[in-house]
Write a protein that binds this ligand. Structure first.
Ligand SMILES: *Cc1c(COP(=O)(O)O)cnc(C)c1O
Ligand code: SF4
Length: 446
């Protein structure tokens, strides 16, 4: 099976596109000019149910929808596309709209970029003590693009917004110097778009350096959902699996962090075989997904997804709340509804499946889990807790926010009990302890 990509330039050649109305095709063109759009033959032929368009979850997951842009922005782009303005002018108009869509939520771009020997590790992010994120330069694309993606600026060629790195060597030095680091998390885009050879070029230096503090290599990837042939039929599938085994044999835990948004993505024979092949290398597969309207805002979906994951040998890990970027309004599920969906699904799964944690917001101060809604001294509150925090002291204290049925993100919340600040507000600007740590570690937070 060879991968065939479709994007704005050729999607009208997809045979199934005949099932769409002219209005839907026009919407793909308009929205696809602003947000990333790329699909492949596997997603089209095996995952999308074309008799259920436009409601099909996978169709919503990969095909741009009209309502993903505000009415105003949609009209601006539509008008620009239908006029005879120059390409540059068109690009300027589109980029202006992109910048309005909060391309780097939670300070993704400038925060947490470490430095070593006076050189910025531009493809590395170090926010939580134990784990560094690594964005290999060749892994900054995906086998298809999700319409909700918060990494979208990387795919649309606004160069200054990209994270990337060819600097494995510096990464190795950095891990050596910072012995609190136990995990390297390869992310992207999708690192599994790389050939076995390329991936090996990034992994080998880490293995050869014999770093005693490095316990886990994680690879964050959507490839099991979008291109499972990577682990079954591709010409370097065997080499990929051998590389995984090599990591495991070296005594390092390999955790494949699989992004699955819907049970359909686990339904084909080829994905089941791919999962089996990965597990046979000794790697483990953990799963995570955001919760999104039009795609998976239903407890049955989550219950089935988690149960099926465990049945196939995977470990449910995180349920995320969709970030405040891109088409968030279209996909946003309120905090209250996310919690209700999480709880309804959670009630129907055994303890083995309850390794999942959520609903969680990956925000600037850390990953914040919504634990529940409660009434304390007559005040209705959200109970929250840090799962990861920029300041690890915050992990110790659950905290409360005023109940707000419309809240969709941490920024919408106000402290409960008439308090002025959350603990993390008071520390929003770097504390003295952090400053000391920064000087010691030579980590620079912009
Ligand atoms: C989510 C995240 C991690 C990994 O966190 P875990 O809780 O260990 O999975 C690491 N760094 C950043 C910046 C993150 O957002
Ligand atoms: S696979 Fe991940 S990085 Fe790629 S488009 Fe989807 S959410 Fe974004």
């Amino acid at each position: 099976m060879n991968i065939k990509y479709y994007n704005l330039s050729n999607f009208e050649t997809i045979p199934q596109i005949k099932k769409l109305t002219n209005e839907q095709i026009n919407a793909i063109k308009v929205v696809g000019n602003v947000l990333p759009f790329k699909i492949n033959n596997y997603v089209i032929d095996e995952l999308i149910n074309w008799s259920n368009i436009p409601n099909d979850a996978i169709f919503q997951l990969v095909f741009p929808q009209k309502e993903m842009l505000t009415k105003e922005n949609y009209e601006i782009v539509e008008k620009a596309l239908n006029s005879d303005i120059s390409k540059e002018k068109l690009r300027t108009i589109i980029n202006e709209i992109r910048f309005k869509l909060n391309p780097h939520p939670a300070g993704q771009k400038n925060d947490n970029i470490p430095e070593i020997e006076g050189v910025k590790l531009t493809g590395v992010q170090h926010k939580y003590n134990q784990t560094v994120l690594f964005f290999p330069n060749h892994g900054q694309t995906c086998h298809a693009y999700c319409t909700f993606c918060f990494r979208w600026p990387q795919f649309i060629g606004i160069d200054e917004l990209k994270f990337a790195s060819r600097e494995t060597e510096l990464l190795v030095k950095y891990i050596k110097k910072n012995d609190q680091i136990t995990d390297v998390l390869f992310t992207g885009g999708d690192p599994m778009v790389m050939s076995a050879k390329r991936l090996e070029a990034y992994i080998n230096p880490l293995l050869e350096a014999d770093l005693p503090n490095l316990k886990t290599i994680r690879i964050g990837s959507k490839s099991l959902a979008y291109w499972p042939y990577k682990y079954t039929d591709d010409k370097d599938s065997d080499d990929i699996l051998k590389l995984f085994k090599k990591i495991v044999d070296k005594g390092i835990h390999l955790s494949f962090m699989a992004h699955f948004n819907h049970p359909t993505e686990m339904s084909t024979d080829v994905v089941k075989k791919a999962i089996k092949n990965i597990l046979e290398t000794g790697a483990q597969i953990r799963t995570q997904s955001p919760i999104m309207k039009h795609i998976n805002d239903n407890p049955i979906i989550w219950e089935n997804m988690w149960k099926e994951q465990v049945k196939l040998g995977m470990i449910p890990y995180y349920m995320f709340i969709a970030r405040d970027t891109s088409a968030q309004e279209y996909f946003a599920v309120t905090l209250e509804d996310s919690l209700e969906i999480y709880n309804k699904a959670y009630k129907n799964i055994s303890g083995i499946v309850r390794t999942v944690r959520g609903p969680s917001m990956s925000a600037a101060p850390g990953k914040v889990q919504l634990l529940g809604i409660n009434e304390i001294n007559g005040e209705k509150v959200f109970m929250l807790k840090f799962l990861q925090a920029r300041n690890t002291d915050w992990l110790e204290k659950p905290f409360c926010a005023k109940y707000d049925p419309d809240a969709i993100w941490l920024d919408d919340l106000k402290p409960a009990f008439n308090k002025k600040n959350f603990i993390f507000d008071e520390n929003e600007f770097i504390s003295q302890a952090d400053v000391k740590k920064i000087i010691e570690d030579k980590i620079i937070y912009n």
